[in-house]
Design a protein around this ligand. Structure first.
Ligand code: URA
Length: 439
């Protein structure tokens, strides 16, 4: 059918049969649909919505628009699992989760993204490790996965190419924030990775895409329904993003926090809770544990006996990073030239944190991109960020700023003091885990 007839049909609120959705995706890949037609279609979907059936068809077609990985021939000897987060500030969970699940018998080909908007990207964090290759060829990826059980890498050119073109068009036509389009975009890449189980970490709060629990639930339900509809067993956890997760944000700084977590030197309780819960869901989904209680025992053991740390070390080495990275992380991750403390101007309880703005502050420091072509300064960011509900006395630390120079440090210190709100009374801190959706 002519592109304009398919667009007209959706514009007028009618359901599209799978064949017409296939036409759209074919047009995205072979250029048969112009940018204008793809944008009009994205806007029609944005405004009129897509049913679960339509979103499953779009997801399937986008998955099949490129290479679909098949791990059967690799004889890995365990389930192929992954986690996807809808994005947060200080969210370094993947760095610990992948090696934990690997240590428990799963295989995690984690295809990750770069920073998006105010949220950090796992790939940018891994890029701060000297020599680490986020774009390995297929044989190196397979070798890393077989040897370490996990490989955190970037999207390849051949994986879901329809999503790459559609995402670029959505980015400049105000059509990113559509639940069916987000669902198909995320899941097409996950289905193309050849997974047998997927756990979603849907963030909710003032540092998340979904600011309200209602939005987060709708996104989680759509992701779970469509993934299961497309044959990928999936469940979701809703987790809090009203404050920085862990104590740091910024690429190399988060890698150091992840190392401390894996060695046991320091485990921030909320970060630990999210990581354990997501890991347990993955183990149950992959039938590596019969229930959550048994899965948590396995997760705790992998952390306590150092096997998760050892998997992380193997992954880094297999993908070209230093073989002694986990022993000498601070040697390899060069600190930012300027460190400044930001202290409380008054005594009180931490009542609120402008989490999204803290993510943007890290970008201002150079730790993320304003436009896609920007380079990233992996050294910069924040550490020792206080937690919601914490009592601080005047003069005590709110956070430490890591900056490339004094000018950036001055600006960041002044701004950060406004983004962490102190009040006279203790506040109710949102639970880090709020809901589980699916299966
Ligand atoms: N992440 C994606 O991969 N796609 C979206 O549409 C939004 C977030």
């Amino acid at each position: 059918m002519l592109a304009q007839e398919v667009i007209r049909r959706k514009r007028d609120g009618q359901a599209l049969p799978a064949a017409q959705i296939d036409d759209f995706v074919r047009g995205l890949v072979d250029g048969g649909w112009s940018d204008a037609q793809c944008a009009a279609m994205a806007m029609a979907i944005f405004l009129q919505g897509f049913s679960t059936t339509e979103t499953v068809a779009l997801t399937r077609a986008m998955t099949d628009s490129g290479e679909v990985m098949d791990w059967a021939g690799a004889k890995l000897g365990g389930p192929v699992l992954d986690k996807h987060s809808t994005g947060g500030v200080g969210d370094k969970v993947s760095l610990m989760l992948a090696p934990i699940v690997a240590a428990c018998g799963g295989f995690v080909p984690m295809i990750s993204g770069r920073g998006l908007g105010h949220t950090g990207g796992t790939l940018d964090k891994m890029d701060s490790i000297p020599g680490y290759q986020t774009a390995p060829d297929t044989s190196r990826l397979r070798a890393a996965l077989r040897g370490a059980g996990c490989a955190i890498i970037g999207q390849t050119a051949t994986l879901a190419p329809a999503d790459r073109r559609l995402y670029a068009i959505r980015d400049v036509t105000a059509t990113v924030e559509s639940i069916p389009l987000i669902t198909a975009s995320i899941l097409s890449k996950k289905l193309a990775a050849g997974l047998q189980g997927l756990v979603l970490d849907v963030k909710v709060g003032n540092g998340a895409f979904a600011a309200t629990p209602g939005m987060a639930r709708a996104l989680a339900q759509s992701l779970v329904d469509v993934a299961n509809g497309a044959g990928l067993p999936t469940r979701a956890l809703l987790t809090d993003m009203n404050q920085v997760l862990g104590h740091s944000c910024g690429n190399a700084l988060e890698v150091l926090e992840a190392l401390d977590f894996l060695t046991g030197a320091r485990r921030e309780p909320r970060l630990l809770e999210v990581t354990r819960a997501l890991a347990a869901e993955m183990l149950v989904l992959g039938k590596l544990a019969s229930d959550t209680a048994q899965a948590l025992v396995l997760v705790d053991r992998a952390l306590a006996d150092g096997s998760a740390l050892e998997r992380f070390a193997r992954m880094v080495a297999a993908l070209g990073g230093p073989v002694d990275f986990v022993e000498r992380g601070t040697h390899y991750l060069v600190p930012a030239p300027v460190q400044r403390v930001v202290v409380a101007q008054r005594s009180g309880w931490v009542q609120a944190m402008a989490t999204r703005d803290i993510g943007l502050l890290v970008i201002e420091l150079g730790g993320g991109r304003r436009v896609a072509s920007d380079s990233v300064d992996h050294r910069v960011g924040l550490t020792e960020v206080v937690g919601l509900g914490q009592r601080v006395e005047a003069g005590e630390l709110l956070a430490t700023v890591h900056a490339a120079d004094n000018t950036h440090a001055d600006l960041a210190c002044a701004r950060l003091a406004q983004l962490i709100v102190l009040g006279d009374a203790p506040t109710v801190v949102p639970a880090v885990l709020s809901q589980r959706i699916g299966l």
